[in-house]
Design a protein around this ligand. Structure first.
Ligand code: 5GP
Ligand code: MG
Ligand code: MG
Length: 185
């Protein structure tokens, strides 16, 4: 979907389709360069939000990489992630000895990534690095290293490019601020 399809629910376009495209090109080029001589790379994404980011970055890479997904539930409402994580659907790959690159949509409090990095190390990953399309540093409660970052954004609830409100708006081709009237009542 494009802006015109949802303009009544979006108060601001934060990152346009074109800006996303060129940032994804940049990130993929940098990752491809850094991992060119690294064996056993595995790119993983956390469903559902990071699916768009993972596919968009890996298809732009110039090196071959396996991909895998994990679904985590954080038992939250539409807008907050509660701090209890359970694995709803696990990776199908044994990460022991793998150089794992996590591709995330957004780092907010940092809790999810903090948990995931520890879990992958516990399973024996040789290295764990992180690419995040977006970061909201004002909201950080758990420090997480972001090795590759797309954009730093203000403390606003955003949707699009994988990010949802009640499972909608993920398929926007841009990132926008959800108009508060959508969740006011
Ligand atoms: P964290 O564990 O860092 O607090 O939250 C991470 C997850 O919360 C993200 O992967 C995403 O699913 C969700 N999240 C955090 N901020 C936003 C936001 O502004 N919009 C949307 N749609 N989801 C968000
Ligand atoms: Mg996510
Ligand atoms: Mg969500």
């Amino acid at each position: 979907m494009k802006y015109d399809d949802v303009k009544d629910s979006i108060s601001q376009v934060l990152i346009s389709h074109e800006e996303l495209d060129s940032k994804l090109d940049e990130l993929a080029a940098q990752i491809s360069q850094d991992y060119a001589d690294v064996d056993n790379l595995l790119c993983i994404g956390v469903l559902k939000g990071a699916a768009y980011t993972l596919v968009s970055v890996t298809r732009r890479m110039s090196i071959s990489t396996p991909v895998d997904f994990m679904s985590l539930s954080s038992y939250g409402s539409g807008m907050e992630s509660s701090h209890t994580i359970t694995v709803r659907s696990d990776l199908t790959t044994d990460v022991a000895g793998k150089n794992v690159l996590i591709l995330e949509d957004i780092v907010d409090s940092g809790y999810t990534l903090n948990w995931l990095i520890a879990e992958l190390k516990r399973r024996g990953a040789a290295s764990v690095k992180v690419m995040a399309l977006l970061s909201k540093p004002e909201r950080r409660e758990y420090e997480v290293p972001i090795d590759y970052l797309g954009f730093t954004i203000p403390n606003e609830f955003v949707v699009g490019f994988g990010m949802d409100y009640n499972d909608h708006y993920r398929n926007l081709d841009f990132i926008g601020v959800l108009d508060p009237k959508v969740y006011a009542n």
